[in-house]
Each structure stands twice: as C-alpha cells, then as structure tokens.
Design a protein around this ligand. Sequence first.
Ligand code: DX5
Ligand code: ZN
Length: 220
Amino acid sequence: MKQIAPSILSADFMNLQRDIQNLEHAGADLLHVDIMDGMFVPNLSFGPQVVAGLRPLTQLGLDIHLMVEQPERYIAQFAEAGADLIMIHAEATQHLYRGLQMIKDAGVKAGVVINPGTPVSAIEPVLSLVDQVLVMTVNPGFGGQTFIPAMLTKVTELAIYRQQHAEITYTIEVDGGVNDQTIGACAKAGADIFVAGSYTFAGDLATRIATLKQAAHDAG
Ligand code: DX5
Ligand code: ZN
C-alpha cells in the first residue's frame, strides 16, 4: 500500500489547524512533521508543544522527523506530545541503537533516517530494530529542493534487504523533492511512503494528493 505523507513544513503556520484538517479531508495518509534544531540542519522549525497542539486536531498518524543533534534528548517529549512514529538521523547520534531503543521503550514506533551522503551499510546493524527507514532524497533542512536521483539505489537496496530477511518489516519512506515527476521512480525502486511538502501545497490539496497516489500506484 503506497501512502502519501504531506510535510507540514510547507503549510501556513498561521493557519496550521485549517491546513491539517484540509490535508485529512484531501486524502493524506499520514502527516510528516519536520523538527529542525538549527544545528543538525541550518534551519529552525518548531518543537513538541506544537505537536501536542496538533494531536487532537486529526486522526492521521504523526510521523516525527527529528533533524536534531543528539535526538535522545527530546524523544520523551515528542512521545508525550502524541507522536506515532519518531525518526532519528544516523548522523545525529553516537548511540543510534540506544536512541532507537529509547523510542520503542516510550511506546512509539521507531525510524532511522540517512542523509544523501550516508550509505545503507551504516544502518544495517539496526535494520531489524526499526519500523521505518527514511531515505533523504535531498539534503535536509529546507522544503522545495531538487530530488537527487542517485538516492534511489539505496531504496532498492533496502527493498531487497527486506525481501531477503523474513523477520524484517520496516516501511521505506522517501523525503525531499518528491512530486508528480519523481514519485514514479521512487515507487518503482521500492518506496512505500512518499513525503511531499512543496508539491502538495502548490495547488489544490485533494488533486495533488490524488495525482501522487495514482503515479505511485501506476509505477509501483
Ligand atoms: C527537508 C524535510 C522535508 C521537506 C520536504 O529537510 O525533511 O520533509 O519538508 O519538502 P519538499 O517536498 O518540498 O522537498
Ligand atoms: Zn522530513
């Protein structure tokens, strides 16, 4: 089942409640929530209070993408705020395995993220532990960047790895530069969940989400 996860980074922050509810009505499968600390990435977004405020506004799952140095420091707060899944970057912690265990111990699904410069081999030791792997298809930090096609080999590698290991159940997500032109290749490579920020919000939400779903479905 291919799923579309709009990134609320491209929403109107002064009308976040409206945009969240519109996304749900428009057929979004879950919400991708980008948390940026101004250190791991050169941008700031928002913190757990905003996530706690969003939680009662929607039935959709909240996927929290932590672009934060030493993310272990904030796992409890985001779990408490109502996260359904928390993703941490392999590059942001010295203790990736421990960080992922902390997420699970908090009763939340755990995901690992790799930047464009990080190979799948760097996370192989944690692949049996995670519920989701996120392959960045841009350098993290900003919406509206150009998709990096070379990242697709990592998606394929992860899909093959999952196929070869019966105990492995992670979903594969792609994030960055996903639009009607690039989503097909991602689906073909084996991605299950597609984050789309600027593309989703640049037109009628329902039409854009339906277009993405159709393209993913046709290609995958
Ligand atoms: C980038 C974020 C993305 C971003 C995607 O650092 O992780 O989730 O919002 O935006 P688009 O879809 O515009 O590339
Ligand atoms: Zn993201």
